[in-house]
Design a binder for this molecule. Sequence first.
Ligand SMILES: Cc1cc2nc3c(=O)[nH]c(=O)nc-3n(C[C@H](O)[C@H](O)[C@H](O)COP(=O)(O)O)c2cc1C
Length: 357
Amino acid sequence: VAAPAPDPARFGTLAAFEAAAREFMAPAVLDYVAGGSWDEVTLAENSAAFRRYRFRPAVLSGVTTADLSTTILGRDAAVPLAVAPMAQQGWCHPDAELPAARAAAAAGWTFALSTLSTCSMEAVAAETALAGPGARWFQLYIQRDLALTRSLVERAAAAGYEAVVVTVDVPVLGYRGTDLRGVGLGERRGNFPPQGHDRTPPARGRTPLTWELIDEVRTWSGLPLVIKGLLTGEDAGRAVDHGAAGILVSNHGGRQLDRTPAAIDALGEVVGAVDGHAEVYLDGGVRRGLDVVLALALGARAVFVGRPILYALSVAGEAGVARALEIVRVETERAMVLLGAGSVRDLTPDRVQPSRG
Ligand SMILES: Cc1cc2nc3c(=O)[nH]c(=O)nc-3n(C[C@H](O)[C@H](O)[C@H](O)COP(=O)(O)O)c2cc1C
């Protein structure tokens, strides 16, 4: 017997959604969503690292409201915020990706759809096009079959997705103990028919991921490429050389190589190396508007939120996600005003210092 969905207005923090989801979600799904690889060192670091920075507020600045509007890849965006691509949202809600995609569009957030989504990319586009102004991006896992991979990109372009986010930190899956227990659902790529394709070909072996492949993917459509999942200035420089329009600094939410730095700690190095030649985004451990403000001040153009969206989706569907997005926005605006920053342009590195404690 389904319990009535809780009233989303009752939730005041993303942590509250997570706590409710931990009571509510099927254990195998919770394991899959919440978990990280190996000892989960990076998973823990992602959020802990945000707390090691301190703000330098400017008082008496006359700022009473914060304008979050910006541009992302040259397009107007109401907020510098995005929903990270996450596989198989059908495990969290019967309508799968549709509730979060609609809530994001309505709130002006960019929504990144996973290659491994439950709904087809065309269904998500059709069902959310009228929901609001937020952009849709398509996340690409390069498949063993390059012709199939190419067809995914072509379909995304035809369906109105505005960027291709190529995830480059999964040459193989990170090691996760839960997979061995047999309860973890895992992002076992070959086990999902990506975007409605039959399981062709059988997922034996892997495509070696190379920079040359990025050059090839770039020719498949006119869409800008965002490279997701790098953590060093060297790789960021290469991404720019290979035509990336955007770079998403990410350790896959601590699900791939463990003991990599927290995303926020890697951001400065990447921003420095890119030197304005591409936009830089961040995901990993963003749980507060304060985290958003910090990442923007350290040079991120937009900030992606992952797991909390799935918790809100599981607990209260579209209204839950809408509430989660609102919480992040309100927290971000409030922090900006207190910092004396009336717009995202005012968020500069001098607003931040390391914690000395
Ligand atoms: C359940 C789950 C599924 C994910 N699936 C994908 C995916 O299909 N493609 C991808 O590029 N990243 C995937 N990610 C990684 C996210 O895009 C993102 O990098 C990460 O979740 C951000 O960290 P956060 O969850 O701490 O906010 C997934 C993450 C989770 C938690």
